[in-house]
Design a protein around this ligand. Sequence first.
Ligand SMILES: Nc1ncnc2c1ncn2[C@@H]1O[C@H](COP(=O)(O)OP(=O)(O)O)[C@@H](O)[C@H]1O
Ligand SMILES: [Mg+2]
Length: 235
Amino acid sequence: MPESTILNLVNADIYQGKSQILNNVNLKIDKGEFVYLIGKTGSGKSSLLKTLYGELPLKEGEGTVVGFDLRKMDWKKIPFLRRKMGIVFQDFKLLTDRNVYENLEFVLKATGWDDSKKIKARIEEVLDLVHLPAKSYKKTYEMSGGEQQRVDIARALLNNPELILADEPTGNLDPETTDMIMQLLISISKDMNTSILMATHDYRLLQQYPSRIVRVEDNSVSDNAVIPQQHTTTI
Ligand SMILES: Nc1ncnc2c1ncn2[C@@H]1O[C@H](COP(=O)(O)OP(=O)(O)O)[C@@H](O)[C@H]1O
Ligand SMILES: [Mg+2]
């Protein structure tokens, strides 16, 4: 596999337990690409992403992500896989009893950082990347949805990931905050050459920020899908 390929699935079947969700998925993503993953609720977007970050096992087909063979993953390797990728969720999954600094410090310590000066410097760096003032270490429950999503993205960036998997990152945000988060994600893929695979069902984003579209429908995945011609705002 060439070094520029960050993610490669070949005839991969995606399962939730014993039920097959997706059949024969073929998907290749190169370094720095921004790719939308679209499809109706329940079509299998999250299941596909979960397989890519090691939460669901890949039992059929081939899969390589940031240099890891998904067929050879076991729970001991998952922390190493997660160090090379960032994951962003719709509901942020921040630790609500801790402030911004502690949330980020927690991840760095859990991934092997032990020098407190380096930890502080990296936290200030990622907060700067997401345009949050580094000195405002609020408790996360005191922050707006947009601020919490920026902390979530900062957290995903801590270990300089080659790939960010974002599962409906704007799903809980108003349109203005959604635009700010989209611009941030697009600038991360452009400026840092980070690949991004983002699940969404927000039709407006595909038009406003055009990029490659991968579509999940009827248990399969089609690449280079066109923007669906419909008048509703969700897909
Ligand atoms: N934890 C689970 N256990 C069993 N089935 C699940 C689980 N999570 C999702 N599913 C099923 O997998 C299918 C795809 O769901 P999901 O991947 O969450 O779709 P999407 O993210 O596109 O909304 C759905 O039929 C859903 O009911
Ligand atoms: Mg989902």
